[in-house]
Ligand binder design. Structure first.
Ligand code: 5GP
Length: 173
C-alpha cells in the first residue's frame, strides 16, 4: 500500500461550531414535535452523536446501515441495506443524518425506501455535500459544509474502514 497524503479541510473546532448551529436550527424547526433521528451507518455515527446532543427537542434514535461503495472510492449506484431499522417509523417526523451526499444515489434510494414506511415527514441533514457530483436530485434540508470533489475521510468517514476516528475532516490522495 502506498503513502497516504492527508490534507485537513475542516478542523475539529470548525466542525463543533457548525454542529452547534445546525442543532439550534433543527431545534427551532422541530419545536413542539418529537423527532426521530435516523443515523446512516457507519459514516454518520460521529456527526449524529454530536448533533443529537445539540438538539433540545425530544429525540429518539434509529439507525440504518447502507453500503454503496464497498472497497472502491467510485460510486457504484448499487445500494445495499446492511442493517435495517429496529422499529416502524409510521407517523413519525424523521430526520435522516448522513455523513456526505456525493452523487445523491444513496440518499435517493433511502428516501424512496423510507416513504414506503409512511413517516409523517422526512428531512435530511448531511454534514457534507459535494454538489459537483450530483447524479440524483436530492434536497438536503440541513447542510454542514460544501466540499470540493475530493475523497474525504475522518469524523466517521473512512477509506477501506480506516480514518473514521480522526477528529477532523481531511482530503486523501
Ligand atoms: P452517494 O450515493 O451520494 O454518491 O454517496 C453517498 C455515500 O458514499 C456516503 O454516505 C459515503 O458513505 C460515501 N462517500 C461519498 N463520498 C465520500 C467521500 O468523499 N469520502 C468517504 N469516506 N465516503 C464517501
Amino acid at each position: 500500500m502506498g503513502e497516504e497524503n492527508l490534507e485537513i479541510l475542516i478542523d475539529a473546532a470548525k466542525i463543533k461550531r457548525r454542529v452547534s448551529e445546525l442543532g439550534r436550527e433543527i431545534s427551532k424547526d422541530y419545536a413542539g414535535r418529537f423527532l426521530t433521528a435516523l443515523v446512516v451507518l457507519k459514516g454518520g455515527i460521529m456527526f449524529a452523536s454530536d448533533l443529537v446532543r445539540a438538539i433540545d427537542v425530544p429525540v429518539s434514535l434509529e439507525m440504518i446501515g447502507l453500503r454503496s461503495y464497498g472497497k472502491s472510492t467510485a460510486s457504484s449506484g448499487v445500494v445495499e441495506i446492511t442493517l435495517d431499522l429496529s422499529s416502524p417509523i409510521e407517523g413519525q417526523h424523521v430526520l435522516v443524518i448522513e455523513d456526505i451526499v456525493d452523487t445523491g444515489l444513496t440518499l435517493n434510494y433511502l428516501l424512496d425506501n423510507l416513504r414506503t414506511r409512511r413517516p409523517a415527514s422526512v428531512r435530511v441533514c448531511a454534514l457534507l455535500h459535494k454538489p459537483e457530483r450530483a447524479k440524483a436530485p436530492v434536497k438536503v434540508d440541513y447542510k454542514g459544509f460544501t466540499v470540493p470533489d475530493r475523497f474525504v475521510v475522518g469524523y466517521g468517514m473512512d477509506l477501506d474502514e480506516k480514518h473514521r476516528n480522526l477528529p477532523y475532516i481531511a482530503a486523501i490522495d
